[in-house]
Ligand binder design. Structure first.
Ligand SMILES: Nc1ncnc2c1ncn2[C@@H]1O[C@H](COP(=O)(O)OP(=O)(O)OP(=O)(O)O)[C@@H](O)[C@H]1O
Length: 321
């Protein structure tokens, strides 16, 4: 198994003007295999985009890091140091929530392909158009209807596909997509989910998806990581994690989601995530957890149970290792 991404006790914070660090990601370890679709879900502010940005190599200059992050064999984060040479925009590409913002509004799609392919591979116009046609077809866009268009002349779904095809044409083997389905209607969402799965199957693309959308995550992802307050509290195979959530936070997230065809009362999650600058020395979910007990006042364990990772003391005696 080839690993596309590996994080080891990764911490990412943001330094303010007084040089105080707010830790948005508080020591997480995970792996994404080549060709895997890995989703990161969780409430707003839990650190999902920070991880996505770290993988894509687009953290801001006031970000501080600890631990390690590998993209294939290259250590891009080594404690405080970051080095994305040859990785950023090449091996890894980032598709933002609104893909229109990653495309140049003043250039046609053909011109955008040319600029990228000319600077990366030195292609001339003819070779660039040939390549663009191939990659547009790969994402199910008709080159004759897209190449001469400016981004604003394309729908949101088409812009997203065009951005993905430019990323693939530059040789991206990992795509980080932040909230890729949130601006799409149900039909386009399903189309995009199918496309991502097909690209995974045909070109072995690894996808890191950052989303609030638990239902799409369950449909599309091989693995789901549930984040809370900068920690991964549960990680496991997509479908299983949603049908049999173990961590109390995952259970509450699932209870808060409407499922088509299933009548169930929707529950909100009372309370707010902790806003703590420094280390959190207890289970990050303790304050909001309906089943917390004494032991939760100390760090939760990292448990592995039948291919599932769950960070909760309640499973300590359930065959975990
Ligand atoms: N550039 C930044 N500078 C300072 N703080 C930041 C920056 N980006 C994110 N943060 C802070 O880091 C924490 C995690 O934010 P992040 O955007 O990673 O979470 P998220 O789970 O992706 O949230 P959302 O779904 O709302 O985008 C938040 O408290 C946020 O305010």
């Amino acid at each position: 198994m080839v690993l596309a991404v590996k994080a080891v006790d990764l911490k990412i914070g943001y330094m303010d003007e007084e040089e105080k660090i707010y830790w948005a990601v508080r020591g997480i370890s995970f792996q994404v295999s080549e060709g895997e679709i890995y989703c990161i879900v969780g409430e707003s502010g839990c650190g999902k985009s920070t991880i996505g940005n770290a993988i894509a190599g687009i953290l801001p200059s006031h970000a501080v890091t600890r631990g390690e992050l590998y993209i294939y064999d290259k250590k891009v984060i080594d404690y405080e140091k970051m080095d994305y040479t040859g990785i950023r925009g090449r091996v890894v590409s980032y598709i933002p929530q609104n893909p229109g913002t990653s495309l140049n509004p003043y250039e046609t799609i053909e011109e955008q392909f040319y600029h990228v392919l000319n600077s990366v591979y030195g292609y001339d116009k003819r070779k660039s158009v040939e390549t663009a046609r191939r990659y547009l077809e790969m994402v199910e866009l008709d080159p004759d209807k897209v190449l001469d268009y400016y981004p604003h002349e394309l729908s949101g779904g088409m812009q997203q596909r065009a951005a993905i095809s430019i990323a693939l044409a530059t040789g991206a083997r990992i795509i980080v997509a932040d909230e890729p389905t949130s601006s799409l209607d149900a039909h386009l969402r399903l189309q995009l989910i199918r496309l991502m799965r097909r690209l995974r199957d045909t070109v072995g693309l690894s996808l890191i998806l950052i989303t609030h959308d638990l239902v799409s995550a369950g449909r599309i992802c091989d693995t789901i990581a549930v984040m809370y307050a900068g920690k991964i509290v549960e990680e496991g195979r997509g479908g299983l994690l949603l049908t049999e959530p173990l961590h109390p936070y995952t259970q509450m997230l699932v209870d808060a989601v409407p499922i088509l065809g299933l009548k169930k009362p929707l529950k909100s999650i009372p309370g707010e995530p902790p806003q703590v600058e420094g280390e959190i020395s207890e289970c990050v979910f303790r304050e909001r957890c309906p089943v917390a007990f004494e032991k939760c006042g100390i760090h939760p364990p990292e448990l592995y149970m039948m291919e599932r990772k769950v960070s909760c003391w309640r499973y300590m005696n359930h065959g975990a290792r």
